[in-house]
Design a protein around this ligand. Structure first.
Ligand SMILES: Nc1ncnc2c1ncn2[C@@H]1O[C@H](COP(=O)(O)OP(=O)(O)OP(=O)(O)O)[C@@H](O)[C@H]1O
Length: 121
């Protein structure tokens, strides 16, 4: 996404297995970060499992991908999320379920965007 992209260090606060406190309640009550799927210019991508998936169009599926960045470095990820939601009706754009802000053990805030998980064969 452009030449401004910078590869950033993986942050300890968004690593799998850490207990994270969620601050936004956008329909996803409780989720757990799983293994890392990849690294992009604007964030790290992990599996995310929802503890109590809700049914219906506003609900979250049981398994998603979550793209995360430290809040202080998350401007591009916020813009990406906004763009994905604007283009949501397009069959060529990946579904974005929403966002969350969490705090890891280091109490640094992490911005998270929930996406459809691709199957990686
Ligand atoms: N929805 C997803 N499901 C499964 N794996 C994903 C998903 N999104 C990203 N990944 C994995 O994470 C890696 C990084 O993805 P990301 O979109 O952040 O990188 P990118 O292509 O460099 O995009 P950007 O330029 O927006 O940072 C991908 O190469 C892929 O392996």
């Amino acid at each position: 996404m452009g030449s401004l992209k910078r590869k950033r260090e993986t942050q300890k606060e968004d690593e799998p297995g850490l207990l994270e406190k969620s601050f936004l309640h956008t329909g996803c009550d409780s989720w757990v970060r799983g293994r890392k799927l990849g690294q992009g210019g604007f964030g790290s991508v992990y599996l995310a499992s929802v503890k109590k998936p809700k049914l219906g169009s506003e609900g979250f599926p049981g398994i998603m991908a979550v793209k995360s960045a430290l809040m202080v470095e998350s401007l591009e990820l916020m813009m990406e999320k906004s763009l994905l939601q604007t283009l949501r009706s397009s069959p060529f754009v990946i579904d974005c379920y929403g966002e969350d802000v969490t705090a890891g053990l280091g109490h640094n805030l992490v911005y998270n965007v929930f996406l459809v998980v691709w199957l990686q064969i």
